[in-house]
Design a protein around this ligand. Structure first.
Ligand SMILES: NC(=O)C1=CN([C@@H]2O[C@H](COP(=O)(O)OP(=O)(O)OC[C@H]3O[C@@H](n4cnc5c(N)ncnc54)[C@H](OP(=O)(O)O)[C@@H]3O)[C@@H](O)[C@H]2O)C=CC1
Ligand SMILES: O=C(O)C1=N[C@H](C(=O)O)C[C@H](O)C1
Length: 249
């Protein structure tokens, strides 16, 4: 399979390694310095594009792939408000796109169990829930896309919660935000070199239930993105990473 890498930073480089190990070929690598090479003609040399760039560049990169007719895997986070518009655009263009806030198998299992856990906790309203995410200090967006997916999974399954609210915890700002009863709090922490840690915390007066995923490195995200490229290459339409997994069987 011929792959175009849109974004050649921490993730782009790791995806390249895994793609080569799986006998794929990299035909285009785009970073900030050579963004002018991102043309329809160059994109059409690839069977699929894998997009891990920045919140500021992801939307135009998607549009370029739609116009070129190149299927695209999108891992970039920080653009969730534009998701409905991109979904619609994908339909008009009869394009192919798979989006995931997190492509690692472990996190997708975590997403699934998070929803089940929320359903169970419905019967025990004396627990309140919050989500905590920790990432490296270069991360541009907060909360993490993964934390938003977790919060949305809770909102869909836990009565009384219908919104999330993010608080970025920093040393120079007091943590005195108020949270309404209908909100799921997402606390974001930024600590050097952390690839990604997510915890769902149900707290009551008598105990705490914690459900946690810790990424040890970025390999799981990168492998998942390559698997998504292999999966979406010959499909048409808008997909979510959840469509790749069927945990019921
Ligand atoms: N869904 C998932 O499983 C995961 C998602 N992510 C997300 O992926 C994104 C990238 O993460 P990461 O690799 O760690 O970030 P990096 O900052 O390491 O890499 C981003 C890269 O994008 C490049 N870039 C800048 N402008 C453009 C452009 N116009 N077109 C293409 N590339 C461009 C940057 O180039 P330059 O270096 O020249 O500035 C940089 O190399 C983030 O949004 C992150 O949240 C991360 C891990 C897993
Ligand atoms: O920026 C990162 O590094 C990561 N971003 C994704 C997110 O925002 O959820 C996925 C992963 O946690 C790493």
């Amino acid at each position: 399979m011929k792959i175009a890498l849109l974004g050649y930073g921490k993730m782009g480089k790791m995806i390249e390694q895994i793609a080569l190990d799986r006998k794929h070929e990299i035909v285009l690598k785009i970073g900030r310095d050579n963004a002018h090479e991102l043309t329809a003609e160059n994109l059409q040399k690839a069977d699929v594009a894998i997009e891990f760039s920045t919140p500021a560049t992801v939307l135009s990169n998607i549009e370029l792939c739609f116009n070129a007719g190149t299927p695209i895997v999108v891992g970039t986070t920080g653009w969730h408000k534009e998701l409905p518009q991109i979904k619609e655009q994908c339909g008009y263009n009869k394009a192919s796109l798979i989006y995931g806030t997190n492509f690692s198998v472990g996190v997708n299992i975590f997403f699934y169990i998070n929803k089940m856990l929320a359903r169970v906790l419905n019967n025990y309203p004396y627990y309140d829930v919050q989500v905590e995410e920790i990432h490296h200090t270069q991360k541009l967006d907060s909360p993490s896309g993964t934390a938003i997916t977790i919060a949305e999974g809770i909102i869909q399954n836990l009565d009384g919660k219908n919104e999330w609210k993010n608080v970025l915890i920093s040393d120079d700002q007091p943590d005195d935000e108020t949270i309404a009863n209908n909100e799921v709090l997402i606390e974001s922490l930024r600590i050097e070199n952390v690839p990604g840690t997510h915890t769902v915390i149900y707290d009551s007066e008598v105990d705490t239930i914690e459900f946690k995923h810790t990424a040890h490195n970025r390999n799981g995200f990168a492998l998942g993105a390559v698997l998504a490229a292999e999966w979406v290459k010959d499909k048409k339409g808008f997909y979510s990473v959840e469509d790749m997994f069927d945990f019921n069987n």
